[in-house]
Design a protein around this ligand. Structure first.
Ligand code: GAR
Length: 213
């Protein structure tokens, strides 16, 4: 049974999608704790609705990133997790923290990386006039929103897409993509070769590339 700690900053819809899939599909895993970096994160209540323990390490209580990250690492390590899942966790992480969870920390980012790391990805994608957009799950590396790509979900941008419509369609894809990627991790089916991820023994229909529709 693998143990997972999920870090959130906001509504936690990806965390909820993972918690639901884990329960419905009976993964060999449990979410030991959902940790937020702010007490007002709406996802905390959603985690409790799923019977998951919660914790808060309020970033505003620390005057340095190192102090915050040391406290956060303490809150995580208490559960000795096999995997740390960043699900809308909106803090930039220092090298020591990233290295501590090397090869066992996943993130989801709302763009087809390496395009559009950082914020406002949907607006920037529309401004750039891309025809294809989406989301990426990756192992967390030292560079912001970078690291070996586990899986991507893609959609064709429509002529009438605005930022909100695009965000909603990408988020619906995220809710399919992230549970699948976390499941592969807990089933030990992700292999890293020279910075590239391979999905071992893919089952029928399983692919690292998910398309809308
Ligand atoms: C998601 O769209 C996720 O991809 C994004 O924050 C949102 C969180 O939503 N993450 C990032 O931008 C990380 N760079 P949620 O709290 O409902 O899961």
């Amino acid at each position: 049974m693998k143990s997972i700690v999920v870090l959130i900053s906001g509504r936690g819809s990806n965390m909820t999608a993972i918690a639901q899939a884990l329960r419905d599909e009976r993964w060999p895993a449990r979410i030991a704790c959902v940790v937020a970096d702010r007490p007002g994160a709406a996802g905390l209540a959603r985690a409790r609705e799923h019977g998951v323990d919660t914790d808060v390490v309020d970033f505003r209580a620390f005057d340095s990133r190192a102090g915050f990250e040391a406290a956060l690492a303490g809150a995580i390590d208490r559960h000795a997790p096999d995997l740390v899942v960043l699900a809308g966790f909106m803090r930039i992480l220092g090298d020591a923290f990233v290295d501590r969870y090397a090869r066992r920390m996943l993130n989801i980012h709302p763009s087809l990386l390496p395009a559009f790391p950082g914020l406002h990805t949907h607006r920037r994608a529309l401004e750039a006039g891309v025809a294809v957009h989406g989301a990426t799950v990756h192992l967390v590396g030292r560079e912001l929103d970078m690291g070996p790509i586990v899986a991507q979900a893609a959609l064709a941008v429509r002529a009438d897409d605005d930022e909100d419509r695009l965000a909603a369609r990408v988020l619906a894809l995220e809710h399919r993509l992230y549970p699948a990627a976390v499941r592969w991790f807990v089933e030990d089916r992700l292999a890293l070769h020279g910075g590239r991820v391979e999905l071992r023994e893919p089952r029928p229909g399983e692919t690292r590339c998910l398309w809308e529709g």
